[in-house]
Design a protein around this ligand. Structure first.
Ligand code: ADP
Ligand code: ZN
Length: 216
């Protein structure tokens, strides 16, 4: 069992790799981005409050995301938790350390997925996902075999994120460099930081992550 963080800018491939770990290792993915989007569609008060913030590409408040994570950590995870898109600020990182310590657990690895900014823009602006099973596709690099139909589950419910456009992406990148990238130094100093090349092929990235996990 391992608790791990996938750390990297928007479009680094955190979601794609998380899904593989869930399938292959019975790990539980905790994506604050997915949780916030769910809150948005379910129409809760909190969902309405964060929708505009997310659409602009800014970070929502620490209190909200820490509360979401705290709730989910009450559930069981046989293979451990994958923190995907959390923590994103130093305050969130400290809070996660405290929450895990209270459960008698720790972090087994923090995996930084390195990619360059030009590649991110191309990746993100062509991205769409299956609304039913969550499979991730791309207009040019990984289209569905039949247009508009999910290869995995056959659903026709393809979705594009409201913040996957060039303007919001600029803000998301700026937020990442200002508020999230300091976590690389933070976890390096704490110990447990590993770096993988996020620009490699999907399978190669998965292999690199597996190596880190099997070392623990
Ligand atoms: P990406 O990593 O591709 O930007 P996510 O799905 O992780 O996408 O996040 C989408 C948006 O949700 C972020 O731009 C931000 O507004 C909000 N969000 C997600 N996680 C956090 C977090 N830990 N702290 C603050 N805001 C968050
Ligand atoms: Zn599908």
């Amino acid at each position: 069992m391992a608790n791990i963080i996938l750390l990297g800018p928007p479009g680094a491939g955190k979601g794609t790799q998380s899904k593989r770990l869930v399938d292959e290792r019975a790990m539980v993915q905790l994506s604050t981005g997915d949780m916030l989007r769910e809150a948005k569609t379910s129409g809760t008060e909190m969902g309405k409050r964060v929708a505009a913030v997310m659409e602009r590409g800014e970070l929502v408040t620490d209190e909200i995301v820490i509360g979401l994570i705290e709730e989910k950590l009450k559930g069981a995870a046989a293979g451990g938790f994958i923190f995907d898109g959390f923590p994103r600020t130093l305050k969130q990182a400290d809070a996660l350390g405290d929450l895990l310590a209270r459960m008698g657990q720790g972090l087994d690895a923090v995996i930084e997925m390195q990619v360059d900014d030009a590649a991110l823009v191309a990746r993100i602006t062509g991205r769409y996902t299956c609304g039913n099973c969550g499979e991730v596709y791309h207009d040019t690099t990984r289209p569905t075999k039949v247009a508009g139909t999910c290869d995995v589950c056959g659903s026709h419910d393809m979705k594009r994120r409201a913040d996957d456009n060039e303007d919001a992406l600029k803000t998301r990148l700026m937020e990442y460099y200002k508020k999230t990238s300091p976590l690389i130094g933070y976890y390096y100093a704490k110990g447990g930081l590993s770096t993988v090349d996020g620009l490699a092929e999907m399978d190669a990235v998965a292999t690199a992550i597996a190596k880190v996990l099997d070392r623990n």
